[in-house]
Design a binder for this molecule. Sequence first.
Ligand code: 4NP
Length: 152
Amino acid sequence: MKILMVCLGNICRSPLAEGIMKEKLKKHGMKGYVDSAGTASYHIGEAPDRRSQEIARKYGIDITDQRARPFKKSDFENFDLIFAMDRQNYHNIIRLAESEKDREKVEMVLNRLYPGKNLEVPDPYYDGKEGFEHVFKLLDASCELIAKSLKK
Ligand code: 4NP
């Protein structure tokens, strides 16, 4: 199973989602490939935001080696599941889809936790540490459910 986590900058939310999802697969003894990308290109090549690195480290996850890259059309071919952090990301991804098969791969990540609600992982960029803690907890809960759903 190949999973792609997508946010806007690929420096705050989706790097955390990638790191957490990888840990969940490991914890459940599952194989898979996880990556992340951003729908905006301002931060290409950058490491995750220091605050994301710190909150990940607090929970035993190392995301320091990740580098931001843009979401691209070929991601539809290369991934089975594509998770958007918020509605803007969702629409940016869907805009590049070329088939129903492409569109079916895209989900709001928190819909695993709050089905049908289309709730967003808030952008923590302008927040303090609490914002990152909140984002971590939301993603941890959702990624746990994603991993469990793939086990069945
Ligand atoms: P992310 O957060 O989408 O979770 O990586 C952001 C990072 C940077 C910006 C916006 C959101 N920015 O505008 O530079």
